[in-house]
Design a binder for this molecule. Structure first.
Ligand code: ATP
Ligand code: MG
Length: 505
């Protein structure tokens, strides 16, 4: 395994990495960092959760001249939560070099960001809409940028963002270095990238599969109206430490959160119609374990790194194959194992098989879990609670009363009663979710639009997959996506609440 000390890094960076607890470099780090340090433009591809952030953070920090007070590095991310997370990672890597970083994203008070910009950050991490807003207001200057990074590059060059990205990069000096990173990178991306990169070097960690092998992938073929029962049964049986449940639309997410809470689970939702404050609160709660289940649209599919996520549930199967790869990649990170569960209705089974073919990975079919299994799961949790109490608590004060009870009652009966009290015997309270349209493989539709669609989907040659003209419609990207969105938002805060598109429920 490659050591960071073999990569020609400065001592403040090496020391920072040590403080972050990293012992050796991951494959993408070992391969991408030397290339990036030569100053060349690069596309970096490696599976989810394999440390791409540090792979670009190190060359970024090495490039910064801390005595120079201008913005020298720019990183673009598709979502606000990812923007915050990446900024935090760069801050850690650049800590000892005293690199100043500033995240700049939509939904946050723009005046606060303007004040932040006056503190002369060396590296700005931004979502495109808000950065354009600053450029228009002339509150940010990109003329001294020496390195630009697109994290989740394929997503950023997707239809909704491409023009914004080009507009932003035009503001940067041509002599800059540009780096692109993602777990999924279609060949078409390279063509697009040639518009703003030079002599691109591609660094791709060749893996057998585009998904991570330590993620167990299973599916349940069930009807729409069985989904909620199956989800709650699985939550009881599998007892995730933290779980992310992906739903197709914002409305779906809201409904699911309410349904889960009604059935006694600690859940909260994340999607683009929430205020930034709400989004921040939800993310904090989830990272701190204050809630166990995050229900989200695809806004949480990319890049988010939350330790303790043991399970990902695709309550609705995603249309986009790349989206499947990124969603399930929220678990099984940094060498850990994880379980990815996908629900498919009978009409969506073909689509699931298509995902299997393109990701070259079998997704195992599982029989529907029964209510009895769920109860047993809950009983097991109660038993674990009891055993933990025996191991970790001082029980001396309970001895006398226990002995007294044992004189009067059968011991098995007593333990059964204690377990029953600890078992959260919830009923499957009937809850009706709104209908959603099933996703299907559409083969012969709209040939003419193939090329642009292919950019959006399919890991390699998977363009066909996306031939549904609904592809875009089903994707519930939040407001970060699309031109001028953040600027619109600044002008009219009320619009936060209203869906912009008819389909954006
Ligand atoms: N060298 C390393 N040793 C151990 N852990 C590491 C190392 N580098 C990064 N990590 C950790 O691995 C986790 C995943 O890293 P990161 O978020 O950068 O993955 P990624 O490749 O960007 O994934 P995604 O494609 O989902 O965005 C993080 O928690 C990070 O701190
Ligand atoms: Mg990442």
């Amino acid at each position: 395994m490659a050591q960071f000390s073999d990569l020609n890094l400065s001592s403040p960076v090496l020391q920072a990495l040590e403080e972050m607890g990293f012992e050796s470099a991951t494959a993408i780090q070992a391969e991408a960092i030397p290339v990036a340090l030569t100053g060349r433009d690069m596309i970096g591809q490696a599976q989810t959760g394999t440390g791409k952030t540090v792979a670009f953070s190190i060359p970024m920090v090495e490039m910064v001249d801390s005595d120079n007070e201008s913005i020298q590095g720019l990183i673009l991310t598709p979502t606000r939560e990812l923007c915050i997370q990446v900024a935090e990672e760069i801050r850690k890597v650049g800590m000892l070099k005293e690199v100043r970083v500033l995240p700049v994203y939509g939904g946050q008070d723009i005046n606060r960001q303007i004040r932040g910009l006056k503190n002369r950050p060396h590296v700005v991490i931004a979502t495109p809409g808000r950065l354009l807003d600053h450029l228009n207001r002339k509150t940010i200057r990109l003329k001294n940028i020496r390195m630009a990074v697109l994290d989740e590059a394929d997503e950023m060059l997707d239809m909704g963002f491409i023009e914004d990205i080009e507009a932003i990069l035009t503001e940067c000096p041509e002599a800059r270095q540009t780096l692109l990173f993602s777990a999924t990178m279609k060949p078409e991306i390279k063509k697009l990238a040639e518009r703003f990169m030079k002599e691109i070097q591609i660094v791709s960690v060749k893996a057998q599969e585009v998904t991570v092998p330590s993620i167990e992938q299973v599916y349940y073929e069930i009807n729409e109206r069985q989904k909620l029962d199956v989800l709650t049964r699985l939550l009881d049986i599998q007892d995730p430490e933290l779980a992310i449940v992906f739903g197709r639309t914002k409305r779906r997410v809201d409904e699911l959160v309410n349904a889960l809470i009604t059935r006694g689970y600690q859940a909260d939702g994340l999607h683009g119609d929430l205020s930034q404050r709400q989004r921040d609160i939800v993310m904090h709660k989830f990272r701190d374990g204050g809630i166990e289940i995050l229900v989200a649209t695809d806004v949480a599919a990319r890049g988010l790194d939350i330790s303790g996520v043991t399970h990902v549930y695709n309550f609705d199967i995603p249309q986009d194959i790349d989206s499947y790869v990124h969603r399930i990649g929220r678990t099984g990170r940094a060498g850990k194992s994880g379980i990815a569960v996908t629900f498919v209705t009978p009409r969506e089974v073909d689509h699931l098989h298509q995902i299997e073919r393109i990701t070259k990975r079998k997704i195992t079919k599982r029989p529907m879990p029964t209510f009895a299994e769920a109860i047993r799961g809950k009983q097991r949790m109660a038993m674990e609670q009891l055993m933990n109490t025996i191991e970790n608590e001082e029980l001396g004060g309970y001895r006398a009363i226990a002995e007294e009870l044992l004189d009067q009652q059968d011991s098995i009966l007593l333990i059964s009663a204690a377990l029953k009290l600890l078992t959260k015997e919830t009923q499957e309270i009937p809850i009706q979710l709104s209908d959603v349209t099933p996703i299907r493989v559409k083969k012969s539709e709209n040939r003419g639009r193939e090329s642009s669609r292919r950019i959006r989907s399919g890991i390699s040659g998977g363009g066909k997959m996306d031939s549904s003209r609904n592809a875009k419609k089903h994707r519930d990207w939040d407001r970060e996506k699309g031109r001028n969105r953040d600027r619109d938002r600044e002008k009219s805060r009320d619009r936060d609440k209203k869906p912009k598109r008819a389909n954006a429920k």
